[in-house]
Design a protein around this ligand. Structure first.
Ligand code: IMP
Ligand code: MG
Length: 207
């Protein structure tokens, strides 16, 4: 897969000037990507993707649950005919990888001869996107590309790059804008770095 040449190169994000809101200040160490910055980039991604698929019917396959906010914002800016389907893959338990990939919800749509764009929240080791791409390829789509909001290249263990990338982030555990830790923080409108005391608290409770 080749990165899209039309989308401006994703920037490596270090931190945002935005203040962490009082309500979650104890759990969020810093805001990496503010809500307005996410909004601007998602609009840009939507425009480029819509141009790339101009005149074609697109099927978007989004991975549950982390893509829900990103997906909603991305597709509302599309002016191309599209269909949406959701696939469930579970690879992480709490904050750490379980190592096992399990399909928890299968697709309804038939992808044969269709143009398919797989959307995920974050590309880390690459195992999830590779497994999903391999699974979807079995249906012989006309084309299959990938789109992620965030990319953590330092985490990669398989040889895979996404075609459309929103932001490059450092090798830290991030939450918000759909991304969770133990099913929490998905509702935050920004992407922030989770404070390590949250993992420590969870592992203390388990032991
Ligand atoms: P991969 O298979 O290692 O590429 O992991 C991709 C999946 O792991 C994503 O779809 C996320 O659900 C999850 N993930 C990886 N890194 C993070 C993170 O920093 N925060 C929240 N979820 C993450
Ligand atoms: Mg995910």
């Amino acid at each position: 897969m080749n990165p899209s040449s039309r989308l401006s190169a994703p920037k490596l994000v270090s931190s945002s000037r935005a203040q962490v809101p009082q309500g979650c200040a104890g759990d969020i160490e810093q805001i990496l990507i503010s809500a307005p910055r996410i909004h601007r980039r998602v609009m840009e991604m939507a425009q480029v993707i819509a141009e790339d698929y101009h005149g074609k019917r697109l099927i978007i396959v989004a991975l549950l649950n982390g893509t829900v906010l990103f997906l909603a914002d991305l597709v509302r800016h599309f002016e191309v005919p599209l269909s949406l389907d959701l696939i469930g893959v579970s690879s992480y338990r709490g904050g750490t990888s379980s190592g096992e990939l399990e399909f928890t919800k299968r697709l309804k749509l038939n992808l044969r001869d269709q143009h398919v764009l797989v959307v995920d929240d974050i590309l880390d080791t690459g195992k999830t996107l590779r497994a999903v791409s391999e699974e979807l390829s079995k249906q012989s789509p006309a084309s299959l590309k990938t789109c992620v909001l965030l990319d953590k290249p330092e985490g990669r263990t398989v040889n895979l790059e996404a075609d459309y990338v929103g932001f490059i982030v450092p090798h830290l555990f991030v939450v918000g804008y759909g991304l969770d830790y133990d099913e929490r923080y998905r509702n935050l409108p920004f992407v922030g770095v989770l404070h390590p005391h949250v993992y420590r608290k969870s592992s203390d409770q388990q032991s």
